[in-house]
Write a protein that binds this ligand. Structure first.
Ligand SMILES: Nc1ncnc2c1ncn2[C@@H]1O[C@H](COP(=O)(O)OP(=O)(O)OP(=O)(O)O)[C@@H](O)[C@H]1O
Ligand SMILES: [Mg+2]
Length: 471
């Protein structure tokens, strides 16, 4: 273990980021709340997916909806009590729901419900992300029941504990262990291991799933991907549910919103991206803003294209708010001793260099440029148009203002790490999180700790940076 500095006195906390407005409730509260409410909502999602498959044939969405409602009216008008009505309704909504209304004798209400459900399919209840290669990542939005106008929206992704626990770490660091705002956020999320029968709550506690709920969840999570597409490949053994952030990913934001930002907002934006990139380096997330390559036994910074799908950006007067998503942590650095040692050596060498941050700025601008240049866009049919839309963002990556703002972000994160985040990680709040995560992924937090302590040891003079510096 590298020497630590855990006993150093904690200076006054950095002031919270000015002008930050938290985003409103995302509509994922029920999904994230308990297994029984999750069950209800996945029942409904499954039912809407099946209904959508059943009715969206041979015409536009509007036509299919009108045709199905007319058919339901017709069936109801010609109702005879021979079971055929129930069978027909059972093809549209789940037979369980049909039975429920049949038993109470309230068939008129059943007809009303089916028509409302059909109409709610004016927009699809889910969209499979076409950006990601893993997952699948399903972006859902639908009303929790036929009679309410509220929308429930969340993200369902087949992934692994490295991402689920990684998300919990980013969330804790992003909100300074509930003590402020570091310049970026991560979504509230839960994780489910249906093999082991356990669930990680939004607070990162590990809970057993009750046997009845487990059986029903296995059924729903087994049925949802195949109801969408029988050939759908699942790339993860655990299921993560997270709030759906109501902005655009960095790629779409750069295309459609970036050009309208004021100079001050641009500065905030780049500084916040810089802070996230710096934490990525500590966490071992090499697939977002800063490229890191492993070659010939050594890690190096690289300018390979950034993954602009792994950050969501929400517009705000005080500067765009950055949300870190897809927070998977490189598991090689955790399970492969040799790579872990090589990575620690890489960090030690990088941060011992006076010019470390300047180098990182150049590499990060290089990676962002690679992700937005014509070679990368070539896969899109309308690549020329996209390239034009990205031009203001791409050109600014070469500007001194953007580079200075990213540098500011690195310095600010360095300050936060040394004076607020690593002390919190080493203190009660961090201990509590480490204990929770060790229940499901015991090797994860010791590996992260080692990198953080190394950073603290190497950058012990970080306090020289004034956090009041402009931006
Ligand atoms: N919590 C969220 N809120 C809103 N949109 C999201 C969220 N999570 C994912 N998305 C959308 O889905 C896209 C793909 O998500 P994600 O990066 O998690 O998938 P992936 O398959 O792991 O991608 P990768 O190609 O990086 O492996 C994102 O770029 C974003 O547009
Ligand atoms: Mg991704």
């Amino acid at each position: 273990m590298i020497s630590t500095n855990v006993d150093r006195a904690r200076p006054a906390a950095a002031p919270a980021e000015d002008g930050y407005v938290p985003h409103p409730p995302s509509g994922a509260e029920r999904v994230l709340g308990s297994t029984s409410s999750l069950l209800n909502t996945t029942d409904r999602l499954l039912s809407l997916i099946c209904m959508e498959k059943q009715i969206m044939v041979g015409g536009t969405r509007g036509l299919c909806i009108r045709r199905t409602c007319a058919k339901v009216d017709d069936l109801w008008k010609n109702y005879v009590n021979d079971g055929s009505f129930h069978t027909e309704m059972g093809t549209l909504i789940s037979p369980k729901a049909v039975q429920q209304y049949g038993e109470s004798g309230d068939l008129e209400r059943l007809v009303e419900r089916v028509k409302l459900d059909v109409r709610s399919l004016a927009t699809s209840p889910f969209r499979k992300s076409d950006k990601g290669l893993e997952g699948p990542t399903l972006l859902t939005a639908y009303s929790p029941d036929a009679f309410s106008g509220v929308m429930e929206s969340y993200v369902m992704k087949w992934t692994n504990w490295s991402e689920i626990c990684g998300n919990a770490l980013y969330k804790a660091f992003g909100n300074c262990f509930s003590d402020g705002f570091c310049g970026f956020l991560a979504p509230d999320a839960t994780g489910h291991d249906l093999e082991k029968g356990v669930r990680q709550t939004v607070e990162a506690d590990l809970e057993e799933i009750a046997p009845d709920d487990l059986e029903a969840l296995r059924e729903n999570f087994g049925a949802i991907p195949s109801a969408i597409n029988p050939d759908m490949q699942l790339h993860g053994e655990q299921i993560m549910l997270s709030e759906r952030i109501s902005g655009e990913n960095l790629f779409d934001f750069a295309k459609t919103k970036y050009a309208d930002l004021s100079d001050g907002q641009k500065n905030k934006f780049f500084s916040r991206l810089g802070r996230l990139a710096m934490l990525d380096l500590m966490m071992g997330n090499h697939d977002r803003l800063l490229g890191v390559d492993f070659d010939d036994g050594k890690y190096t910074l690289d300018t390979r294209e950034a993954n602009l799908g792994n950050a969501m950006i929400v517009e705000a007067e005080a500067g765009p708010v950055v949300h870190a998503i897809d927070n998977a942590i490189n598991t090689d650095l955790i399970h492969d001793d040799e790579k872990n040692r090589a990575y620690l050596a890489f960090l030690a060498e990088l941060f011992s260099d006076e010019k470390a941050f300047e180098t990182m700025v150049e590499k990060m601008c290089g990676s962002l440029t690679s992700a937005t240049n014509d070679v990368m866009l070539n896969d899109y049919k309308n690549w020329k148009e996209i390239s034009d839309q990205l031009k203001p963002f791409r050109e600014d990556l070469n500007s001194e203002a953007a580079k200075a703002a990213i540098l500011h972000g690195f310095k600010k994160m360095e300050h936060l790490l040394c004076h607020q985040l690593i002390p919190a990680w080493n203190g009660p709040a961090g201990e509590s999180l480490k204990e929770k995560l060790s229940n499901i992924y015991p090797e994860l937090t010791p590996a992260i700790s080692e990198r953080l302590q190394l950073f603290l040891a190497v950058r012990s003079n970080a306090g020289a940076f004034s956090i009041n510096e402009a931006i």
